[in-house]
Design a protein around this ligand. Structure first.
Ligand code: SF4
Ligand code: SF4
Length: 436
């Protein structure tokens, strides 16, 4: 049966008298064109399975076939325009579970690659954009936004994008407040302020997840990519291991840049030995207005509207909502549009609807950003490899990698058995049934 959520869309398409044939076998297949693949496929592109962001809204997919004004055999893939219609239709029903909250945009580091505090983001930039000056969110505002998130049904609040959470004077108070609302809490941090004492407090309040941005474990490189201070280096390098030992879900992220090329494996091995729950890496990339700022070679995908895997959602320091990190890195260009519907004076449902309508209706400013965005990366099975590495389950997708710690109860099984279990969702099911 056709997923209920798509029935409305197919009725619309029939009214438009569009020719189509969509089935359970081809609804997620599209012909992708990329320079390298065009060569492999004789110039015609290749069929790729895609994953729709928010595809879980479709529910379980049984057999279905929807066609209109279409003669002939069922095609193996659907046109890009149909993929976009499906992706946009899903956005109409979006129900967010995780949300970033920028309680501070201040940071104690000035990493050269940072799109908020690094090169070019100082004096003149903030003079031209005074509202973007690094600042703290008043505690009362932060609490009000958390209340609105809880009311909407957000399950996890992630603090504090584009700033260092532990510089926020009220980090402890807002963390306890979020937990008191029954929500889960996570943060991304450079780790330099996460001492033993801080970890004790986090453990005590039941802090759920910590993501550490550590771009090198070598002091000489750390000085170049992160901080020149010895104390920062020592605290930051050890913090993920202490957090994992304290039982907090701990993730370490590595961004490959020119000065740390070749250091990923060493860093992964160090933190795997330290027992962290997961590690990941990507290549440095960001976009400033319409200029791509990637310094290393990156793989660019053909843009398909609605398939960006950088969709995310966050509340900025001024109460505005953003739909992805790409909008966050070019916030000054989009802010006037977002000011029209801020969480300051609207409910979260209203704000979400306003912002996703801009995407669904292909707002010109947003499209201009999306079409010039180094962060764009679609979910597809091309170049996706899965393997077991040092008792971690690894997924490599283009230049991104994620490794997840294998539960100790099954980690001694042979690699091929473990891979089979992961690929067939057996591990997820065992976790769900509380066997692991
Ligand atoms: S630690 Fe993060 S937020 Fe701070 S300057 Fe570095 S990259 Fe930017
Ligand atoms: S392409 Fe860039 S701007 Fe567009 S949704 Fe993705 S991250 Fe955001």
């Amino acid at each position: 049966m056709t997923p209920i959520i798509l029935q409305e869309l197919f009725n619309e398409l029939k009214k438009e008298n569009l020719s189509f044939c969509v089935t359970n076998l081809n609804y997620n297949k599209v012909i992708i064109n990329r320079e390298s693949q065009a060569k492999d496929s004789g110039g015609g592109g290749i069929i790729s399975t895609i994953v729709y962001p928010y595809g879980e809204l479709l529910g379980e997919i049984g057999d279905f076939e929807e066609r209109n004004a279409f003669e002939g055999e069922v095609p193996k893939a659907i046109p890009k325009e149909m993929v976009e219609r499906i992706a946009m239709h899903l956005l109409k029903y979006i129900k967010l579970k995780t949300m970033y909250l920028q309680v501070t945009s201040k940071c104690n580091y000035v990493c050269p690659m940072c799109p908020f505090h690094g090169e070019g983001y100082e004096g003149k930039y903030f003079k031209d954009n005074p509202s973007l000056k690094p600042q703290n969110m008043p505690l009362e505002d932060a609490k009000m936004y958390v209340d609105k998130m809880a009311e909407y049904g957000i399950e996890l609040v992630a603090l504090s994008p584009q700033g260092e959470f532990f510089t926020y004077p009220y980090w402890e108070e807002i963390s306890r407040y979020i937990k008191s609302k029954g929500l889960r809490i996570s943060t991304t941090t450079n780790g330099s302020l996460v001492t033993k004492e801080v970890i004790e407090k986090l453990k005590d309040m039941g802090f759920d997840e910590m993501v550490f941005s550590i771009d090198s474990i070598n002091k000489e490189t750390y000085v170049k990519v992160r901080s020149p201070k010895e104390k920062d280096y020592q605290t930051a390098i050890n913090a993920p291991i202490l957090a994992a030992e304290a039982g907090i879900y701990t993730h370490v992220h590595f961004v490959q840049q020119q000065p740390n090329i070749g250091e990923k494996e060493e860093l992964f091995t160090f933190y795997k030995k330290g027992g962290v729950n997961s590690v990941s890496c990507c290549v440095q990339r960001y976009t400033d207005n319409n200029q791509n700022r990637a310094k290393l070679p990156i793989l660019r995908h053909e843009y398909i509207h609605g398939l960006c895997n950088a969709y995310d959602s966050g509340i900025m320091i001024d109460g505005n909502f953003i739909t992805c990190c790409g909008m966050g890195t070019r916030y000054s260009a989009i802010k006037p549009k977002l000011d029209k519907c801020s969480l300051k004076n609207h409910s979260l449902s209203e704000v979400i609807k306003y912002n996703y309508d801009l995407l669904i209706n292909r707002d010109e400013d947003m499209m201009n950003m999306c079409h010039h965005c180094d962060l764009y990366n679609s979910y597809s099975n091309i170049d996706c490899q899965k393997f077991i590495d040092k008792k971690y389950y690894a997924i490599r997708h283009n230049d991104n990698e994620q490794h997840f710690k294998i539960p100790s109860k099954i980690s001694s099984l042979p690699d091929d058995v473990l891979l089979y279990m992961y690929q067939n969702n057996l591990v997820a099911k065992m976790k769900q049934d509380k066997i692991l």
